[in-house]
Design a protein around this ligand. Structure first.
Ligand SMILES: [Ca+2]
Ligand SMILES: [Ca+2]
Ligand SMILES: [Ca+2]
Ligand SMILES: [Ca+2]
Length: 438
């Protein structure tokens, strides 16, 4: 009897030792495979199935601070503060973007010096998005190439709403003087001379805009950022890898990267746009060339300012894929200098990191104060702000936690040829007095 009991105890002890020996490696394997939260979810589901679940799904949320629990009643309304109102939809289609993958900015400025703030919307003049019919069926043609749109503030309606009208709508009133100059900021390769000409003909691919008085005449000028034609994520190599979160629920392969790439109907020619010249008007220009429109005032007094495209005359423009600008009088000589933020040809948006070279940034120093003539000297490399990795000693790698290794962020080749530049990918910039020396 005693022998039998001893045998049972020895067997139980052996079982415990074996269970302990396999428990930890199995647990480690399951954590690797499903993540800790995945295991937790599995455990909760099993408990639920066995009727052992103790969680109370309808239990009230944990108590927060008193202000989170009880809204403070509004006892006093300051009528001087007017709430914001969304007016985008009432502006109509010319203000609406229809571009795929390309982002854009907007500028609020007084274009016609009437002390009312106007709006300017950059648009993609060569959109790649496909149009749809009235039933939402995809068509084999692209959406219209909208012109960049200036909306002029027409004052306040009796109900307090601001009234805006596009230049196109104001031209329809019939004044035929200076129409070409007033429509110039549509940013078309071949500017329209009348509103009877096609509003949707090909134009530059605008992403960004800033208003600044670059020639110091008291009138706000427009600097429009243009980019290269193309579609990102076109190939497997340029697809965007998504790394699942380490403890994501519902995925069984926590380290398996999945790729996001464009559908076949959105594929197009892949070309490194920084060296591409385009000619849609009988006059070739670099594809990514930016536009500098000088505000010439309103000679015919119809409320619509006239403009002059001085981009090439003043040594401005470049050829890179621009995302934005920062403007300041950086050398404090009295004229405004322009920093141009460049990103990457959309064909080569490949957030796979090592498929992701950039385009250098540019820094245009205004020569107006020194020479009396509006002209710019590109000085990014002199100031060490071009974002070129080798020349400026910038880090060219980032740590990818999902892969536990550093990857290059600068080198990109396509079809055996380097594309983009070994440079940063910049989205935006701002001047500020970092060391507080005025
Ligand atoms: Ca105005
Ligand atoms: Ca000006
Ligand atoms: Ca005018
Ligand atoms: Ca300056």
């Amino acid at each position: 009897m005693i022998m039998k009991r001893k045998k049972i105890i020895v067997r139980i002890a052996a079982c415990i030792v074996i269970l302990l020996a396999i428990y930890f490696p199995i647990k480690q394997y399951l954590i690797e495979r499903f993540g800790t939260s995945g295991l937790h979810v599995g455990k909760e589901l099993l408990k639920q199935r066995l009727g052992l679940n103790t969680a109370k799904p309808n239990a009230p949320a944990s108590s927060g601070s008193p202000s989170e629990k009880t809204p403070v009643p509004l006892t006093q309304v300051d009528h001087k503060i007017r709430p914001f109102k969304e007016i985008g939809a009432q502006l109509g289609g010319r203000a609406k973007a229809n571009s795929l993958f390309q982002f854009r900015g907007v500028v609020i400025f007084d274009a016609n010096n009437d002390n009312r703030l106007d709006l300017f919307f950059p648009q993609n003049g060569r959109p790649r998005a496909k149009a749809t019919d009235e039933n939402g069926l995809l068509l084999d043609r692209n959406v219209p190439a909208k012109p960049c749109a200036l909306y002029l503030n027409q004052g306040t309606a009796p109900n307090g709403d601001l009234m805006y009208a596009s230049v196109q709508a104001l031209q329809e009133k019939g004044n035929t003087l200076y129409v070409r100059d007033e429509l110039l900021i549509e940013n078309k390769y071949k500017p329209r001379s009348s509103i009877q000409e096609d509003e949707f003909r090909i134009g530059r691919i605008a992403t960004s805009v800033v208003a600044a008085d670059v020639n110091g005449d008291g009138l706000q000028d427009l600097i429009v950022g243009n980019t290269h034609d193309g579609i990102p994520f076109q190939t497997e190599a340029l697809a965007m890898p998504s790394y699942p979160a380490r403890e994501n629920i519902g995925r069984n392969e926590i380290r398996k990267v999945f790729l996001n790439r464009t559908p076949p109907f959105l594929s197009g020619k892949i070309e490194d746009g920084k060296d591409v010249m385009v000619d849609f008007s009988g006059r070739a220009e670099p594809e990514g060339r930016n536009s500098l429109f000088l505000n010439k005032g309103d000679k015919d007094n119809d409320g619509l300012p006239e403009w002059e495209d001085v981009t090439e005359d003043v040594g401005f423009g470049g050829r890179w894929a621009t995302q934005g600008f920062a403007v300041a009088d950086i050398d404090r000589d009295g004229d405004l200098d322009i920093y141009v933020v460049n990103f990457l040809d959309p064909d080569f948006f490949g957030f796979g990191v090592d498929q992701f070279a950039g385009n250098r940034n540019e820094f245009y120093m205004n020569q107006l104060a020194e020479t009396g003539i509006l002209h710019f000297k590109e000085s990014a490399k002199t100031y060490g702000v071009a974002g070129l990795h080798e020349e400026e000693g910038l880090a060219a790698e980032i740590w990818i936690s999902a892969e536990q290794r550093f990857k290059s962020v600068a080198y990109q080749t396509y079809a055996g040829k380097p594309v983009g530049e070994v440079a940063d990918h910049s989205w935006a910039a701002q001047f500020l007095d970092w060391n507080d020396d005025g």
